[in-house]
Every structure is written in C-alpha cells, then in structure tokens.
Design a binder for this molecule. Sequence first.
Ligand code: DLL
Length: 433
Amino acid sequence: MIWKEDVECLDPAGLKAVQSEHLKKLIPYIYHHCPVYKQKLDVAGVAPDSIRSIDDIKRLPFTTKEDMRDNYPYGLFSAPQEQIHEIHVSSGTTGNPTLVGYTKDDLALWGDVMARVLCCAGAEPGDTIQIAYGYGLFTGGLGFHYGALTMGLRIIPTSSGQTARQLKIMQDFKPRIIGCTPSYALYMAEEAKDMGIDPRQGNWKIGVFGAEPWSESMRHEIEEAWNMLATDVYGLSEIIGPGVAQECAHKDGLHTFSDVFFPEIVDPTTGEEVREGADGELVITTLTKQGIPLIRYRTRDIVSINHQKCRCGRTSPRISKIKGRTDDMIVVRGINVFPSQIEHVLVGIEGTQPHYQIVVDRKARKLDEVEVLVEVEQKFFSDEIKHLNEIRDKIRKEIEAVLSIGVKVTLVEPKTIERSMGKSKRIVDKRTL
Ligand code: DLL
C-alpha cells in the first residue's frame, strides 16, 4: 500500500511541476514574512517573484545550523508566534539549541509524511504500533504518533526506557510494528534473552529504526535477533523530525518525499551539486512548511542519491543510508577519522559485536591517542588468552591499515559499553583542544 500514490508515483515531469509550484509560492512567502531570509535573498540578488521553476533553487543561498543558532530563538520563523502550536528542540548541540515551531498545517504535514513513512515500511490500517522513541522535545515520539494517528493505527505510546515494561507490552498487546532507535532494538533483544524471552518468538514484525547511524550488519543482527523486517527512517528536527525519507520492503535506499522536502546532494566544500550516485552532503528545502520553512538547509549528513524508479512503484528519489556526517569526523594527529571506517572493519571480523566506542585522549607526550573499545562474544573470554590476543591484533592491524595511525584496541565483554535508550555515543573525545 502507498499512502499518497498520486505524488509518490508521479513521473519526473509531474513531480517537477509540483515542486516548481511550491517553490514559486515559498520564496515570496519567506521574503515577506522573515526579515532574516529577506536579507539573505537580497544579498544573493534573488527577487522574490523571479522564481520560475524548481531549477531556480540553485540560485538560492544555503541555510546552515549557524544561521539557526545566530537567530535563536525565533529569527528564522516565518509565521507569527500565535500561529505556532508546537515547539521542538534538536538534541546534541552545544550553545543555543536548535528550536523549531509548527503551525497547524505543519502538524498536518508531519502526520502526512509520517503516515507515508509507516506505509512505506509496511504498516497497514488497523495495525498496532509500539512507539519507543522518546516523547518530549525530541521529535521521535510525537512524529511517529502523528503519523500513526493519520494512518489510523492503534498506538501504544511507551516512549523510550523501562525495557522490561516495553517487553511485557510487546507480549501482552502484540503490536506488529515497533519504532525506536536501532541500538535500542538490539539492547531490548539482549534484555529479552536475559529475561528468558525468545525475541524470535516476539510479536514485532516490522521495525522502523532511525535517529542515529546504523550499518547493514546491524540491520542483519536486528533482523536475526527479532525475526523481523528492519527498515530505516531518516529525518531531522530542522526539516520536520522523522518523516524525511524511509525504506520500503526492498531496502534499496530511503524514499524521499521530494514533493515537499526537496533534496540536493552537494560537495561539502564547494557547495556544487555532485553527480548522481556520488557521495555528498544532503541539502533540503522544505517546499510547503509555514512555521519555519528552510531553504537549502545543509544537513551535514553524507549520502548518495538515486533517481531510478523503485521496484515498489515509487518514483521519488532515494537516498542511501547515512554514510557519515561532515562534522562527526574527528581529526587525530592530522588524520581525518570517521566512526564508520572503524565500524566497517569490525563488520568483517567474526565474533565482534556492533557495539564499539572510540576514545580519543591527549596524554603526557601531547600526542593524540586513540583507543577503540570493542565488544566481543562472551565465548572468547573463556577461550585461551592466545585466541583473544589474536583477534585483538587482527582488529588493530586492520584499523591501522584503514586509518594510517596507530590505535590501541581493547576487547571488552558483552554489555560493557554503555547502552543508550536513545541515540548511542560512538566517540568520547577527552582532549581539551
Ligand atoms: O533524530 C529525527 C528522527 C527521529 C529521525 C526518529 C528518525 C527517527 P534530530 O534529533 O534533529 O532528529 O537528529 C537529526 O540524526 O541529521 C542525522 O545525523 C541523524 N539521523 C537521523 N536519522 C538517521 C538515520 C531526529 N536513519 C540527525 N540514519 C540527522 C543515520 C540519522 N542518521
């Protein structure tokens, strides 16, 4: 089932027409309602009535996280305060948080795109969904809630945490759909086993997992552990929250809802569009939002894009899983390090688990030191020490080959690395730079 077949299966010309109509209305709207954007457009030399089609988007200036911080709290809002009915705040920032506000129509749009997400994942009207994303200022819980309401699902709003209760609810109320972060899904599988519950016999059959990076191997682990289909949902508070892109059952890229959130992939350094299929930074324009519409917002998420029609029938462009961030890179002794490079090494080594943490420190000799903590299966600890050392050396050598810097690898027992009910923390940077 496709929630909005009329737009999700449009031919390219039809889609372009829809996008162009939206952009033609959006630019005069923000120009006349948001002084910050008026100034940005004036500086870029873009007259508000000069937009003819979606192709004109390239003439528009980018919006960055700094623009949002600098104009905190309401500077980038286009709608008057009395029309803002809900406010959310983005997580994980320092200094001023990123604040976003929704008008009534924005909330309806959120419900709509999230219904498209849930449908794309395989939910059907009448299904029950357990929403184990945090409710509150974080957009996860309420975003899923509005989508499930719009779609007519039965909602169990557990929010995150209280794992034993989550599992009891799963067993008693038999929801077919679960929404939570992928790391929490794995954590719940471990807890279930400890409680004597076989997760493979559980009731969740479709997972809608996102809010943090996760690899194909983590997907495999989750699907094996729970005997379910694990799909990827992407979004960010600045654009709407969850509801920007979602995988269908083919798991071959995340369908964007490009009739309302227009995606571009640019070179993070030059801002120029990259060729189809190449990695670059995802930039999004909200074509129909009213509260805080954003033009060409630099997400800092690295993806590639594919405009081919999907086997499911949807024609909207698909983005790859998030491959990294332009800002989660750490620089160690002058070398750029992405957590995904380390994860990639671990995936290829049997017996390691998808739980790892990178600790960077700068000690006495003022040289950056990197320690990678890796959880390995319990059985290795009862094995000969020689075997444990062999795996450790193998991991160390492979990471060093990829990063070209020396690292210390420490193998730890399962469940040593702190688990998160929300987004997991991969890097601990102890340096005072
Ligand atoms: O994490 C919204 C969300 C909630 C998405 C629930 C999916 C499910 P923020 O807290 O503003 O919003 O964080 C947004 O999280 O720029 C990405 O770097 C990362 N992120 C979100 N989804 C994914 C994903 C929500 N599926 C930031 N894969 C984004 C990788 C993701 N990273």
